[in-house]
Design a protein. Structure first.
Length: 262
């Protein structure tokens, strides 16, 4: 069993249409509570589930102070296999996983003839050894190429680079937002998933939390698809955020053994 939660404090400077993505994927059985308020008054929220099982909570907010409180107990997981077309969708370059710009680099770093699992292992090792985990060194405009050149970033950046390298080597890959029990400091976490033998396997370019206890929130081409809060219209400012994720038992993770969401 896992317990996950988050609290957001947001100022709405201009009336906004907002999309919140903090609830676990539909593959999980959850007991949950979501409370959204504007200046202390409840806000009507509509849940929409996309074709990939990502749960998005949509609402409108006028000017004022917006608070979001979400908490869930995760009790079970149903294996969710790949969707038709995943192998094509997640081979293509995207805004932050610009694999087309990194093909030559990837092919020079990793053996083209190696089995997919070995290639992914080599990409992960290179990422762990070469990219310095350094909060505040990248921003929301930086993609995989910028991270490769600077050799610095956070989980979002390593996930983008690892995903882009995998795609450049012909392996379908995507980025996932997760709750990560054991992560220090605690926050929303980003990892990669690679599609091998019909299963999406978790690959963490930071090694900061055990994969076996992670809870998938959303998966997509890159960070543009998995943001925890999007303003489709209007202007908002995130004042503060807290995230918590706990598991009954934190599994050992050597980073090598293949692990899928459970």
């Amino acid at each position: 069993m896992r317990e996950v939660s988050c609290q957001l404090d947001v100022v709405v400077h201009r009336s906004a249409d907002l999309v919140l993505t903090v609830a676990p994927h539909t593959a999980y059985e959850v007991s949950e509570r979501l409370d959204v308020r504007l200046d202390g008054q409840p806000v009507d929220v509509i849940e929409r589930v996309d074709t990939f099982g990502t749960r998005r909570h949509c609402f409108q907010a006028g000017l004022g102070r917006l608070t979001v409180a979400y908490a869930a107990t995760v009790t079970a997981h149903r294996t969710a296999g790949p969707q038709p077309g995943d192998d094509l969708t997640y081979l293509r370059p995207s805004r932050y996983c610009d694999s087309d710009r990194l093909v030559n680099v990837a092919q020079s770093l990793f053996a083209e003839s190696a089995p997919a699992r070995d290639t992914v292992g080599a990409i992960r090792r290179w990422t762990l050894e070469s990219i310095q985990y350094a909060p505040g060194t990248t921003d929301h405009l930086d993609g995989a190429t910028e991270v490769f050149l600077s050799r610095r970033g956070v989980c979002r950046d390593t996930a983008h680079l690892l995903t882009a390298f995998a795609r450049a080597m012909g392996i379908p890959a995507r980025v996932a937002a997760v709750y990560a029990p054991g992560l220090v400091p605690m926050d929303f976490h980003a990892v990669s998933e690679v599609l091998i033998d019909g299963i999406w396997w978790i690959v963490d370019g930071t090694g900061l939390a055990p994969r076996g206890s992670m809870v998938r929130i959303a998966a997509g081409r890159d960070a543009a698809d998995i943001a925890f809060l999007d303003a489709i219209r209007g202007q908002i400012e995130l004042v503060s955020m807290t995230v918590d994720a706990r598991a009954d038992v934190l599994p050992h993770d050597d980073g090598v053994l293949a692990v899928a969401f459970s």
